[in-house]
Design a protein around this ligand. Sequence first.
Ligand SMILES: Cc1ncc(COP(=O)(O)O)c(C=O)c1O
Length: 425
Amino acid sequence: MGTGLLSSAFPRREGVLWAGGVPLSRIHEEYGTPLYVYDAAVVRQRYDRLVDAFAGVELMLAYSVKANGNLALLDLLRRLDSGADIVSGGELFRVRAAGFDPERVVFAGVGKSEEELAEAIRWGIHGFHVESQAELETIDRLATRLGKRTPIGLRVNPDILSPTPHAYTRTGHAQAKFGIPAGDVVELYRWAASREHLWCRGIDVHIGSQIVSPDPHVQALDQVLEIVERLRAEGITLEYVDLGGGFGVRYADQSETMPVEALARRIVPSVSAAGLRLVLEPGRFLVGEAGVLLTRVLLVKHSGEKTFVVTDAGMTELIRPSHYGGEHEIEPVRENGAARRVVDVVGPICETGDFLARDRELALPVAGDVLAVRTAGAYGFVMSSNYNARLRPAEVVVDGERVELVRERERMVDLIRGERIPEWG
Ligand SMILES: Cc1ncc(COP(=O)(O)O)c(C=O)c1O
């Protein structure tokens, strides 16, 4: 059960939650609900914290765009000198629109289409993180056709079952679709090194998401560095190792977060000793705690033993609770002094799986109250949908005293955009 304040982001002052220098009550009064609110200062703090922690090695932070692709956040991170980790042509389009330098973009993903690969080859990205022999051969063919020497790094599957809170966020074990088994990697590098248009530039591993202990990352790095040494002995010298992302943040059920300074102390010496640059792909760590979802209570429903707080946001706005069993801290934007009760916070969507929290102790709200769902900056808006013909919410960024609408709330007309009624025979 979630209790109390877990995070220094969005503090409570005189009974009201704030984002930077602005009370959240003022923001939802102006922009309505459901609403995502991001605090730019928190993103900057998180970015600086990683940079400071890894100061002992040449570092490129490649923000994992999948966590939150809003152009304003991409622009903010690019200005901090972040690179980007993308997984689709759509994310490539986004980072181009946000003005990223292609030389700071890496491209992972188990199923990149030829169109997506060709586009990124032409653009000249930092590295393709290749997840199969078939993909490597396709990149070779496209690079040859386009006459572009193309940088690649094989994504190693180290067969590590990382301790993430949900099975769906483990990506480094043998049963997962991601990466290439460690035992097959050297042979594929040999082949790649023999191809005129492939440039063996790096090596990559990403073992999962929301990990709070350094051990699995250290294990993965050790395996990868062994491969790097074997390759070097054969005359294949790589420039960088990419350890992926996955650094855990604070949710209601997890007070532990990834101690990135301790992680850095354990990996920086070996990466430096290997003469490599380090690439990291944090997503959640940079933006997770920097976001809240604001949702209005539509009604409170007593049903037998249960009390349901029905809100205007649900699984269509934030799917983490139902999809990953994610536990988000939920609290009123404005304290109402009510007694605490154990409730389910549910959305209006026609699914029993539509909930934001179950069996959660909360000061019992009344209709019209606005709740803040914490740690919603990552895998929140990006996973929202129009199911039940719901309008996706607006997004706002706060920077100190400034409040900027960075994505308009969808309108009804957006729901049918691109649809056609045929001339029925
Ligand atoms: C290849 C890759 N890199 C980085 C990330 C970012 O993970 P996180 O947001 O947990 O840092 C992911 C997330 O799934 C990923 O698949």
